[in-house]
Design a protein around this ligand. Structure first.
Ligand code: AMP
Ligand code: GLY
Length: 422
């Protein structure tokens, strides 16, 4: 099969590596890809929201299947567009992608189907905001309704802060929507549950916990993710049952009833409080950096899995996992998630002799005149598999020391929950 991968992050490099390993793969193109995918595939520069242009590229490369990394093309209707053109894209249709594309849509769906989630109110005016504030205690979470590249969620401790943010959102701070959702704050432990979904079936596709805040001890602003590990020990069999019965099944059944069955990867973002799962968010894709810790554990041909999903036979495949743990630490450009500079050389990557179970997935990198340059906020993901999170982390830190990139930084406490007391 000829495969196109959409996106340019560590998630896409991890997907590219797994797809390269499949016996079913002929050619891979990455649009646009990065300096890591370039070694495994052909990178093609193109706007991933320009479906017409993508169609031309897919046709000229005889693409059989498109695998999408980021949410935006899915929310913009990529699956629907290419279905009409008879090109298979693994992902949800535009309507089902609203699970991520509109927080208001997701929360309404939860309410209608009794799915456990934080109490909320969808607001279009300051009067509505004030009425929620009068009947709820702080902190309160303010969420822009539409896509906001991870920058649309604010945890607020004062009325003034909520009103200020609400006014900005109503004025159009985020182009995707002028609505917002106010939510009660749920105190607990976050974890993510992943699924593969076809029109009739769903299967678990791993669990993970990531570290969203930029600073050690989970401080500072939110980022796309500074590191992750898999599996998430908090998700045991009992909790998994609750996640499936209280959250996943009601969601998938509701979309089916609406005539818009969900298909593709599904990322269930959870808060666990007193052993009960609460839905915090849905993402209609794999996570980044969660994908970088789930795929190395996968022991079944990924294209075989996609083929089963596309022919609605996910119930017929037994997905196998390595009995190993995995962790990744993200090396970022100094300044991220605020302002940072690009185009700094990363010298030492090529010279590192990686052992069998360690990988470097590229994120914001590009190759120019055979030199690897930084090209984004999150730059590299150093990943390792093993039996103990403590040992895995030591291996990763050793590799990061060897890279010794003085324009970057990384969190040294990734995995603190699973390493403490050991
Ligand atoms: P989201 O984009 O909805 O996942 O929100 C980003 C982050 O904000 C989450 O990963 C949580 O850490 C935090 N968060 C969002 N909603 C809530 C909530 N209702 N209670 C507590 N924390 C939340
Ligand atoms: N790491 C969080 C996300 O991919 O949304």
């Amino acid at each position: 099969m000829n495969i196109a991968i959409i996106g340019s992050g560590g998630r896409e490099h991890a997907l590219c590596k797994k797809i390269r390993e499949s016996i079913l793969t002929k050619q891979i193109i990455c649009i646009p890809g990065n300096a890591g995918t370039l070694k495994l595939a052909k990178n093609i520069e193109a706007d991933i929201l320009n479906f017409k242009k993508l169609l031309k590229i897919f046709k000229s490369h005889k693409v059989d299947l498109v695998v999408v990394g980021p949410e935006e093309p899915l929310v913009e209707g990529m699956v629907d567009y290419f279905k009409k053109k008879k090109i298979k894209v693994f992902g949800p249709c535009k309507y089902a992608a609203k699970l991520e594309g509109s927080k208001a849509f997701m929360k309404e769906l939860c309410k209608k189907n009794n799915i456990p989630t934080a109490n909320f109110k969808i607001c279009k005016s300051i009067a509505q905001v004030r009425s929620f504030l009068n009947s709820n205690s702080f902190p309160i979470v303010v969420k822009a309704d539409g896509l906001a590249a991870g920058k649309g969620v604010f945890i607020c401790r004062t009325k003034e802060k909520v009103i200020k943010l609400a006014a900005e959102i109503f004025r159009g701070k985020f182009k995707s929507s002028k609505k917002l959702v106010l939510e009660e704050f749920i105190e607990g432990e976050e974890a993510s549950y992943f699924l593969l979904v076809d029109e009739n079936n769903f299967v678990n596709f791993g669990t993970a916990q990531d570290h969203k805040r930029v600073g050690e001890n989970d401080t500072g602003p939110n980022t796309g993710g500074m590191g992750a590990y898999s599996p998430a020990p908090i998700i045991d069999k009992e909790l998994e049952k609750k996640i499936i019965n209280k959250i996943v099944k009601p969601t998938l059944n509701a979309l089916k009833k609406l005539g818009k069955p969900y298909t593709g990867f599904l990322y269930v973002g959870l808060m666990i409080k007193k052993k009960e799962p609460y839905l915090i968010e849905y993402n209609v894709r794999m996570g980044d950096p969660e994908c970088q810790v789930i795929l190395p554990r996968l022991n079944t041909d990924i294209l075989k899995i996609f083929s089963y999903a596309l022919s609605k036979r996910l119930n017929k495949i037994n997905i196998k996992w390595k009995n190993l743990k995995c962790m990744t630490i993200v090396l970022c450009s100094k300044g991220y998630p605020g302002n940072y500079k690009k185009n700094f050389e990363i010298k030492n990557i090529e010279n590192i002799n990686l052992k069998k179970n360690s990988f470097i997935f590229h994120s914001g990198t590009k190759l120019k005149n055979n030199i690897v340059l930084s090209n984004g906020g999150r730059v590299l993901n150093v990943t390792s598999l093993g039996n103990s999170f403590l040992k895995i982390k030591k291996t990763i830190i050793n590799i990061l020391k060897k890279i010794s990139w003085n324009k970057g930084f990384f969190r040294k406490d990734i995995g603190w929950r699973v390493i403490k007391n050991k």
